[in-house]
Design a protein around this ligand. Structure first.
Ligand code: NOJ
Length: 533
């Protein structure tokens, strides 16, 4: 299609590589496994894959603690496997987005090993080191997101270093120009390899206040939430870096960057988007929406309003850090609600992000015993928070042992429902969620209105109905989503109803709905998409 821009008009699919497909039967997913499944992804209709980190890592935080930015971990198949994946993905017109974790490294990274070795080591000021205050007190009140103080006393040199996450993830000192230069060189290395884009982990936390001022206090549950993060997040220097980063990206054709907005709302995310900043930044509110039209409607309105046609929206309801939408929004194995949300995601104005397994309605695996928890955050906060293992279980490919993910016992258990909830079985069932997703992605790709059309809300009824249109000069699409189990009537203006409408997709009917008194009756749990033009 003319004018198709992959990151704006396409669909991005997040892969958690440890859990996608294990090619060498060691129980851990790997890059050759992903390569093996590219045909599946092409058939699903995605335009890009975002790989959660695959760099060498001691895996304290499962890859979000990088020990070498210039290589690929051997457990994932090493650099040769990455090069092959890149070529094979590109052959199928699938773009590849790498995860960049630049706020911190692993404590095993040679830079940190050097840095902690002595006060006058050349790498000392690559990290954030501070002397203790009088009486051995910590340098200030900054906290770690993952619990307790953000300052760790290093016995070797009797100074504190700062870590926004675990102490095994020391924060880089972004005020050191050598760090910034090194990071830009490293990004260039991946761009030269042909990588199409990056997802920046907690990017708005890179810079900290130059004077290390304390954060003011506020009400909250955890110590971290009891602070206003005005001095350890969202510092103005970030914009200067983003400008450099963007101009590097723009010196290559069609590259893309999306940032994980840390602790920020839609307004914060919007501030970081633009021609001299990021193409996209995540607004996390969709993930905390309740299953009702009002909640989604308000989020969409807010996002549309704050972006004001300047920034490009993106939408996601799943990732590797939260309970899967299927487990959040349904207690049963019924997929009706998931079809409603799938339709919403694929028809909104903006780039949809899918998380592996979302397309087959994977549920979280239950986490019941602390001794079985692998996620360090779950171990730390147990039993108040059980961590993120639940949403990271192996992809369910087939009814074979271990869901066809591996021939060995996988690193995390496979969900019990795998024998019937899997790709193979859903591929042979025309009513399945997977088939529904495929249809939605196909419809989205074939009709420009879903990529470029204006978003115009029509109506929402708090517990029942959400309806909106997408419109270009040539096409109008009507999207009506019945969030309730009962019939709901959608009344339309005669102006809107005129013209030649056809049914594009519905999970409840095969032919165009009857229109009586300008009213369309929707079935309970129906997702309906009509097209004019
Ligand atoms: C955000 C990532 O999404 C999460 O998985 C990770 O634990 C933290 N950043 C720390 O890197």
């Amino acid at each position: 299609m003319a004018d198709f821009l992959w990151w704006r008009d396409g669909v991005i699919y997040q892969i958690y590589p440890r859990s996608f497909k294990d090619s060498n039967d060691d129980g851990i997913g790997d890059l050759p496994g992903i390569t093996e499944k590219l045909d599946y992804l092409q058939d699903l209709g995605v335009d890009a894959i975002w790989l959660s980190p695959v760099y060498p890592s001691p895996d304290f935080d499962f890859g979000y603690d990088i020990a070498d930015y210039y290589d690929i971990d051997q457990k994932f198949g090493g650099m040769a496997a990455f090069d092959k994946l890149l070529v094979e993905a590109h052959n199928r017109n699938i773009h590849v987005i790498m995860d960049l974790v630049l706020n911190h490294t692993s404590d095993q990274h040679p830079w940190f090993q050097q840095s902690r070795s002595s006060i006058d080591n050349l790498f000392r000021d690559w990290y954030i080191w501070k002397k203790s205050l009088k009486d051995g007190k910590k340098p200030n009140n900054w906290q770690s997101r993952f619990g307790d103080s953000g300052w760790e006393l290093d016995k070797n040199t009797e100074e504190y270093y700062f870590h926004m996450f675990f102490k095994e993830q020391p924060d880089l000192n972004w005020r050191n120009p050598k760090v910034v230069q090194e990071i830009l060189d490293m990004i260039k290395f991946w761009l030269d390899k042909g990588v199409d884009g990056f997802r920046l982990d907690v990017f708005n936390a890179y810079f900290k206040d130059a004077d290390f001022k304390n954060n003011p206090y506020k009400m909250g549950l955890t110590k971290f939430d009891q602070q206003k993060h005005i001095n350890d997040i969202d510092q103005p220097e970030m914009f200067d870096f983003l400008k450099k980063f963007r101009s590097l990206l723009d010196s290559y054709p069609n590259r893309y960057a999306v940032g994980e907005t840390f602790m920020g709302d839609h307004q914060t995310a919007a501030n970081y988007m633009g021609d001299k900043a990021l193409h996209g930044a995540f607004d996390f509110s969709f993930q905390s929406n309740r299953y009702n039209p009002a909640s989604f409607f308000k989020t969409i309105q807010r996002w549309e309003h704050v972006l004001d046609q300047k920034g490009w929206p993106n939408y996601f309801i799943n990732n590797h850090d939260v309970i899967r939408s299927a487990s959040r929004y349904t207690k049963s194995e019924d997929d009706d609600r998931l079809k409603i949300l799938a339709t919403l995601m694929m028809t909104l104005r903006g780039t949809p992000f899918l998380y592996y397994g979302e397309e087959i309605g994977m549920r979280d695996i239950p986490i019941t015993k602390k001794s079985e928890v692998l996620d360090p955050v779950g171990r730390h906060f147990w039993p108040f928070y059980k961590g993120r293992d639940g949403c990271r279980s192996p992809m369910q490919w087939s009814e074979d042992q271990f869901a066809g993910f591996s021939k060995q016992k996988p690193w995390l258990p496979v969900h019990d429902n795998y024998s019937w909830r899997n790709v193979e079985s859903q591929n042979s069932n025309p009513e399945s969620l997977l088939k529904f997703y495929k249809n939605l992605l196909r419809i989205r790709k074939m009709n420009q209105v879903f990529q470029k059309g204006m978003y115009l809300p029509i109506t929402y009824e708090p517990h029942k109905l959400l309806a909106f249109i997408r419109q270009t000069a040539d096409q109008t699409a009507l999207i009506a989503l019945n969030f309730s189990k009962r019939h709901v009537g959608l009344v339309l203006s005669s102006q809107l109803l005129s013209g030649d409408w056809k049914l594009l997709i519905s999970n409840k009917r095969d032919s165009f709905p009857t229109v009586r008194d300008r009213k369309i009756m929707l079935e309970g749990n129906e997702a309906l998409v009509l097209l004019n033009g």
